[in-house]
Design a protein around this ligand. Structure first.
Ligand SMILES: NC(=O)c1ccc[n+]([C@@H]2O[C@H](COP(=O)([O-])OP(=O)(O)OC[C@H]3O[C@@H](n4cnc5c(N)ncnc54)[C@H](O)[C@@H]3O)[C@@H](O)[C@H]2O)c1
Length: 250
């Protein structure tokens, strides 16, 4: 399963993805703003994985991370652009700075990662796989979640734009559309508060979908792996949310 670079690799979904690909034999580059955690995860998953500290909103740091990946493993074949964070607030009252900060991370950083991926794919003459972590928010806005959903919607579109512009050189670009995963973005404390405020148990809150099952970081990782393996699939969005008709793509 070749060479993978994953951003936000020290977080729940990123680390699960790094682990799953390494178990399939990939050489993995774990990129995260928390260098120590990225290195620790790389060490734990084995298969010569490396951890790199980089803020993905810093274009020079992203470029350097890709160059290091190329120098260490001889290239990159699959990129999971996953780093993200959520900001809340009612859209009409939001500080401009908050929305811009979210766009920097949840849109422009994906563009910077994808640009560098394509730069290496072209140098290698290999094509490659681009995978984006979008969100249910990209298609079905949650109340007070505009700052998060707007750049995610743009990132979903970005994935299709790369599929269109680079399909001819063998680049496939796909996105994953997940919801309600226990992680640094949806902490145990947040889950406890939200389930209490809705008057449901934590189990029912986390399994509040058609299947009635909690969706785990490993399920999202599996969707990325499926995309990496699906050699005739591009411009696709895979939903990993246990089933949510209101958020289903049309
Ligand atoms: N948790 C969910 O319910 C959910 C649902 C849909 C989509 N997502 C998306 O999944 C992705 C991963 O999030 P997660 O749920 O695993 O949360 P997480 O907080 O566990 O992981 C996010 C990781 O991104 C890293 N990161 C944040 N800003 C960064 C930056 N500027 N540069 C480099 N690294 C940075 C963090 O250090 C962290 O390790 C995000 O893009 C998120 O929007 C999450």
């Amino acid at each position: 399963m070749k060479k993978l670079l994953v951003t936000g690799g020290a977080g729940a979904i990123g680390a699960a993805t790094a682990k799953l690909f390494a178990a399939q034999g990939s050489h993995v580059v774990v990129v995260d703003m928390h260098a120590d955690k990225a290195e620790e995860i790389a060490k734990n998953i084995g298969n010569a994985a490396i951890g790199i500290g980089a803020d993905v909103t810093d274009a020079a740091a992203v470029r350097a991370a890709f160059d290091k990946a190329r120098d260490v493993f001889g290239g990159v074949d699959i990129v999971v652009s996953n780093a993200g964070a959520a900001w809340e607030g009612k859209i009409g009252e939001l500080e401009d700075a908050t929305l811009r900060k979210s766009f920097e991370l949840n849109f422009f950083a994906h563009q910077s990662v994808a640009q560098n991926a394509v730069r290496l794919f072209k140098q290698q003459g290999t094509g490659g796989v681009l995978l984006f972590n979008a969100s249910k928010q990209a298609v079905n806005p949650g109340a007070n979640f505009g700052a998060y959903g707007l750049p995610k919607a743009a990132t979903l579109f970005l994935s299709r734009q790369y599929a269109l512009d680079y399909g001819s050189i063998g680049v496939r670009s796909n996105a994953v559309n997940a919801d309600r995963i226990r992680s640094g973005l949806l902490t145990d404390e947040m889950i406890a508060n939200r389930s209490t405020s809705r008057g449901v148990s934590e189990k029912d809150y986390m399994g509040g979908n058609l299947l009635g099952l909690e969706v785990r970081a490993e399920d999202v990782a599996q969707a990325f792996l499926n995309h990496a393996l699906a050699e005739r699939t591009t411009a696709d969005v895979t939903t990993v949310d246990g089933g949510n008709i209101a958020a289903a793509l049309r």
